[in-house]
Design a protein around this ligand. Sequence first.
Ligand code: 1HE
Length: 256
Amino acid sequence: MNSDLQLDMQGDVAIVRINRAPKRNALNDELILALRHTFETLPTEAKAAVLCGNGEHFCAGLDLSELQSRDAGQGMQHSRMWHSAFHQIQFGPVPVVAALHGAVVGGGLELAASCHIRVADDTTFYALPEGTRGIFVGGGGAVRIPKLIGVARMTDMMMTGRVYNAVDGERIGFAQYLVPTGTAFDKALELAQRIATNAPLTNYALMHALPRIAEQAADHGFVTESLMSSITQAAPEAKARVDAFLQGRAAKVEHK
Ligand code: 1HE
């Protein structure tokens, strides 16, 4: 394990923490490879994960001190390395909840976008300084970020250097949860613990089938949905959970 990345288990939730606060958790090649390795080799008892950062910021993006001149082929390979690490987060074994605070910028925003749920505290801000640094996103942001906020907003962020604060970031779709300063980790852990109690096949369907279905032509999507629906329903765990509700042993949907 790279010393800039910590993995701890809290029950059946894996806590993955970027531990490079003096450099604002900027991502160098070793950290990217460590992220990939960590999510490839999570302990088998992990049923969900929280991804967070030490210090005042979640992540300042690409470590700019490592930005070297690369020819087109080397540049492609470097970007593809980021893709494969973030792909492992999005399509790995367990749902990942990102706990955000402070800067969530550049590659840090791309990293957050590869997680399944984002919890932001009041200090969070979002930016894509690639635009003003004369570069482009390369960690999957061009694919994932428009799915959260739309092409028009991402274009604006990159062309004008616009920074979204925590409130507006939640409003436009960066984060699903906005919580008071200093509580993003606790909320993310609470959500991950709840997610860990879901039927594994349901979590699998949400991680691996839903994003693909949403991108399929509707006619194909309906069929894939039916397949996934029938597979989950056929599992004994689904029957046990439905029976528990019918016998009054499972929680109702509550509106507080
Ligand atoms: C860094 C980095 C970094 C900080 N690479 N060293 N990302 C950016 O363009 C964001 C650049 N960073 C910032 O705008 C600010 O640092 C922050 C808003 C994130 C935080 O500000 P602050 O005042 O808390 O910290 P600081 O004083 O600016 O930085 C502390 C140290 O971290 C300092 O080093 P030091 O040796 O002088 O102490 C900074 O140089 C260092 N640092 N951010 C390297 N990013 C796959 S493509 C993705 C492309 C991108 O991500 S481009 C966007 C890069």
